[in-house]
Design a protein around this ligand. Structure first.
Ligand SMILES: [Zn+2]
Length: 80
């Protein structure tokens, strides 16, 4: 199991996100963001809007680079 912060996953806060694999980490970070948005957390709502807008402008190459960076960050993260 590894732990990263919401910020390390391009989120806006310091909440700790756990995951055994990069995919699980990504899934849990999404869940965390959705929960915060559901609670009406303005910081996460704004971050999600920015993310959405960026994704619309993102070409497949940029998305691929994002994924590669995330996987590299996850790989260098020490295990709990
Ligand atoms: Zn967060």
């Amino acid at each position: 199991m590894k732990t990263m912060t919401c910020k390390q996953l391009y989120g806006p806060c310091d909440a700790l996100i756990h995951g055994a694999t990069a995919e699980e980490m990504m899934e849990n970070s999404k869940k965390h963001a959705m929960e915060m948005v559901a609670k009406g957390d303005k910081v996460h709502i704004d971050a999600m809007e920015v993310m959405k807008n960026q994704h619309m402008n993102m070409n497949p190459e940029a998305v691929k680079q994002w994924m590669e960076k995330f996987h590299a960050d996850f790989a260098t993260q020490p295990k709990d």
